[in-house]
Design a protein around this ligand. Structure first.
Ligand SMILES: Cc1ncc(C[n+]2csc(CCOP(=O)(O)OP(=O)(O)O)c2C)c(N)n1
Ligand SMILES: [Mg+2]
Length: 554
């Protein structure tokens, strides 16, 4: 077989059913092989779109997402998507073409040192120098991407390697020296954690994206119910515990609920599961959770005690460790008094927005929630739209919310929604977008329409780079420096691609437009002309302790 045949055969053996990408000179042999391969190929209109679509597919299905691009500019266009997946621990294999082996280092046409460029934004990367190594490398790449703390892996394949011949040798097992993720928690540490839990009167579970990655949602729910302990989630943890459950406090952190932030600042025990104490969660570090002992369960040993010193570190997979912990727990803490305090905060400081005659963006999200019965898959862009989508839709299911948390990539949501819809064709998929962000990958309208990937895009059109404007309003004396947007006509724009465009300028049109989008067998853009200077509250100003919130209090 030649290298391209070996690649495609390897992808098939890995169970790859779909790839997203864009062709070019250095991947021509691979594309020739794809031409009559059973793998569904989705031609995006920009490589960044392909990388985000592969990421959205991975988040929605739990499988490894695959994208491909040519050398040089094709490969560099993937990098924002790769970095997005890296920051959020998403399993993606990105295949890039490379110039011929003997030209590497010669500043050849369309040469970019993509293994060098992506070293800090991949879990691992490979330059395939010999076709004999290709099958093994692909096998390893999928293994590394999907095990332990997942992440993106780049496989860079020079175009001559794609045509060189070798026998197809598929390794039975993967054996990588120095790479052995730990799955089971240390029994001594589990016992210690159980002792801390037994002594606690004000426990709080702080759940991150690791819950969803490890499929630990059932164990988490059992634990929370057994302890009668409140649960707060990070942005990436949304859906890991049902948002409508009575023990849910919603999201914590910079734009978290006031009661979640008060809870973590008053808890005597924080059980952090698959979360990494990101600065958007902790606020001022030396003031974070001052009264709490901290148990930290995480598969990545390097994230333990990285930002916050913890009392009981447990390295391993969240699902296994929660199972182990549940077996160890016999006494259940009495959390009655704790819940009284929490109920008080909930009553005093609920999530809140002021209704008016204009369309409030929060109202749009609530209506999407109601119209879909909370069963849709929701991708977001970045900015206010993202935070409102996190606050006002209740995520009851894992793998139902896709957002660029770590990198905060504008332009992520639309292609990610496309990838999610490809992975879950029977689900309604929304991208909750900002008018700024949607224009960063608007070209993917062509992909969605041509491939009949019927995602719905709800643009919260505030004519601003809203989140930046909010900071300018609050911290830069309302000097709106280059954040006002003069937008295209989104309805005409959608129509020009063959999608349905709807404009909504009155409150009473909101729900009918959502219903119309849901019943339309096409890609739909809804231009919601929302209140322009609405702010996301509550808000913890940068560098403050997370109970020092401003705004949004009823
Ligand atoms: C690629 C990229 N560039 C810049 C930023 C900085 N940024 C964060 S939010 C934001 C504004 C987003 O505007 P819009 O998409 O309209 O969303 P809104 O906040 O108005 O809902 C900007 C510029 C970013 N996150 N990503
Ligand atoms: Mg905006």
């Amino acid at each position: 077989m030649n290298g391209s045949q070996i690649l495609i055969e390897s992808l098939k053996r890995e169970g790859v059913q779909v790839m997203f990408g864009y062709p070019g000179g250095s991947v021509l042999p691979i594309f020739d092989e794809l031409y009559d391969s059973p793998i569904r190929f989705i031609l995006t209109r920009h490589e960044q779109g392909a990388a985000h679509a592969a990421d959205g597919y991975a988040r929605a299905t739990g499988k490894v997402g695959v994208c491909i691009a040519t050398s040089g500019p094709g490969a560099t266009n993937l990098t924002t998507g790769i970095a997005t997946s890296y920051m959020d621990s998403i399993p993606v294999v990105a295949i890039t073409g490379q110039v011929k082996t003997h030209l590497i280092g010669n500043d050849a046409f369309q040469e970019a040192d993509i293994t060098g460029i992506t070293r800090p934004i991949t879990k691992y990367n490979y330059l395939v120098k010999d076709v004999k190594d290709l099958a093994r490398i692909v096998r390893e790449a999928f293994h590394i991407a999907s095990t332990g703390r997942p992440g993106p892996v780049v496989v860079d394949i020079p175009v001559d390697v794609q045509t060189h011949k070798a026998d197809f040798l598929w390794p039975k097992e993967v054996e990588i020296r120095g790479y052995k993720p730990t799955y089971f928690g240390h029994p001594g540490q589990i016992k210690k954690a159980a002792r801390f839990i037994n002594k606690s009167k004000k426990p709080l579970i702080y759940a991150g994206g690791g819950i969803i990655i490890s499929g630990a949602e059932k164990e988490l729910k059992t634990l929370a119910e057994k302890l009668n302990a409140p649960v707060t989630m990070t942005l990436l943890g949304l859906g890991g515990f049902p948002g409508s459950h009575k023990l849910s406090l919603g999201m914590l952190g910079m734009h978290g609920t006031a009661f979640a932030n008060y809870a973590i600042m008053n808890a005597d025990l924080v059980i952090a599961v698959g979360a990494r104490f990101d600065d958007r969660v902790t606020g001022r570090l030396d003031a974070f959770a001052p009264h709490a002992k901290i148990i930290h369960i995480d598969i990545d040993p390097s994230s333990i005690s990285k930002n916050v010193k913890v009392d009981v570190p447990i390295v391993g997979d969240a699902k296994y460790i929660l199972k182990q912990l549940l077996e160890e727990l016999n006494k259940v803490p009495d959390t009655g008094e704790w819940f009284k305090a929490i109920e008080e905060w909930k009553k005093k400081h609920p999530l809140f927005y002021k209704e008016g005659v204009s369309i409030k963006p929060q109202y749009v999200i609530e209506q999407i929630y109601e119209a879909t019965g909370g069963k849709a898959l929701i991708a977001t862009e970045v900015g206010q739209n993202q935070m409102w989508a996190a606050q006002w839709y209740k995520y009851d299911y894992p793998r139902s919310f896709f957002s660029s948390g770590g990198l905060g990539t504008m332009g992520y949501g639309f292609p990610a929604a496309i990838g999610a819809k490809v992975g879950c064709p029977d689900k309604q998929v929304f991208d909750i977008a900002g008018d700024g962000s949607i224009q960063m990958n608007i070209q993917e309208l062509a992909t969605a329409v041509n491939e009949k990937i019927n995602v719905k895009v709800a643009i919260l059109n505030n004519c601003y780079l809203g989140m930046v404007r909010q900071w300018q309003e609050l911290f830069y004396k309302r000097r709106y420096s280059y954040t006002h947007l003069c937008n295209p006509d989104f309805v005409k724009l959608a129509e020009s691609y063959g999608a349905l465009g709807l404009r909504v300028s009155k409150k009473e049109e909101v729900r009918p437009a959502i219903e119309k989008a849901l019943s339309t067998e096409n890609v739909v853009f809804i231009d919601f002309q929302v209140e322009q200077e609405e702010n996301v509250f509550p808000m913890v100003p940068a560098g403050e302790a997370i109970d020092r919130m401003i705004g949004g209090m009823a």
